[in-house]
Unconditional design. Structure first.
Length: 170
């Protein structure tokens, strides 16, 4: 009976070690899958922002999430009127914070989608957009989805594009 106790403990330790190794292998495999998926998402080579092909899909996904959770989605469409749009796009990409998502949807047009943006966060985000363009002249349009309508991603982007106004850096 006394000999069975150490054998039982050894089996439990071996089983725990196997579970640990299996977990590490799964974690490594998942990390590689996520990294591969991240690399496979189309990006604009000059700015690092997501490509226009991803824009509608991602905004639609944010709208779906907001509908489920009762949140909101803010979309900003930024047009570089004068200056270097590639430089602005790189600086914009570097200034973004999670859960903001940026896209380049045209030669001089960028887009940002942000779920659940409040007034303070909006001012901060607009300030970072202006700071990313010290030498550029910009026009920014905003569109909100707050659950009051059944608009889709294209309609939200359209509202933001139509609301475009020129801004000056502060």
């Amino acid at each position: 009976m006394d000999a069975a106790l150490p054998i039982g403990l050894a089996l439990v330790a071996l089983l725990a070690l196997l579970v640990l190794v299996e977990g590490l292998v799964r974690r490594r495999r998942l990390r590689r899958t996520v990294e591969r998926a991240w690399r496979d998402v189309p990006r604009d080579a000059e700015t690092g922002l997501f490509d226009r092909r991803v824009c509608l899909q991602r905004v639609a996904a944010e709208l779906k999430r907001a509908r489920r959770g009762g949140g909101s989605v803010w979309v900003g469409v930024i047009t570089v009127l004068e200056g270097d749009p590639d430089r602005f796009g790189r600086l914009l990409h570097d200034s973004m914070r999670l859960p903001e998502v940026g896209f380049r949807i045209g030669d001089q047009v960028m887009c940002i989608a942000r779920p659940d943006l409040d007034a303070t966060g909006r001012e901060d985000l607009l300030g970072r957009i202006a700071a990313a363009a010290p030498r550029e002249r910009l026009a920014v349009g905003e569109g909100w989805w707050r659950g009051a309508d059944d608009g889709d991603a294209a309609a939200l982007l359209g509202r933001a594009s139509r609301a475009t106004e020129e801004v000056t850096p502060t």
